[in-house]
Design a protein around this ligand. Sequence first.
Ligand SMILES: CC(C)(COP(=O)(O)OP(=O)(O)OC[C@H]1O[C@@H](n2cnc3c(N)ncnc32)[C@H](O)[C@@H]1OP(=O)(O)O)[C@@H](O)C(=O)NCCC(=O)NCCS
Length: 122
Amino acid sequence: MIEVTDGFVATAGKAVVGWANLDGDEVDQLYVDPDAGGQGVARRLYETIEALARANGLDQLRAVASLRAEPAFRRFGFREVGTDQVAFNGLPFTVVRMAKHLDRPLPDQAVVRDGRGRDVAG
Ligand SMILES: CC(C)(COP(=O)(O)OP(=O)(O)OC[C@H]1O[C@@H](n2cnc3c(N)ncnc32)[C@H](O)[C@@H]1OP(=O)(O)O)[C@@H](O)C(=O)NCCC(=O)NCCS
């Protein structure tokens, strides 16, 4: 079976230093080369994914994060939904199910008024 997802890679020069997929409403396979870690690569990838999700009309994103990735997802605005134990190479491995609600921006023609009916939209 061929699975179709929207995938992105981050490059530095000719080297691929990270990648991430949007699979339905799930941020999947967010990985960054440790040598390129801590420099905002995951954030750039995530923001690209979130922009695509919004363009696709999604109102929520989900992720199943490793304990290593969980703090980064929190920084991206995700909250914990629960935890699971999964087997990886025969060893138990805790993963954190996370979700983020995507607030929809107001439509261009929307007007915000105060209690006196004054237009307060900036
Ligand atoms: C988790 C991972 C994707 C982070 O990649 P990265 O490029 O180093 O992350 P960034 O530099 O873009 O950091 C993203 C944000 O998370 C924060 N962050 C990252 N790790 C953190 C930690 N351990 N504790 C607190 N904050 C952390 C950063 O400060 C940053 O916050 P900001 O953008 O608001 O300033 C990367 O370490 C990785 O691939 N880990 C192994 C694979 C993995 O577990 N993937 C997840 C599968 S779901």
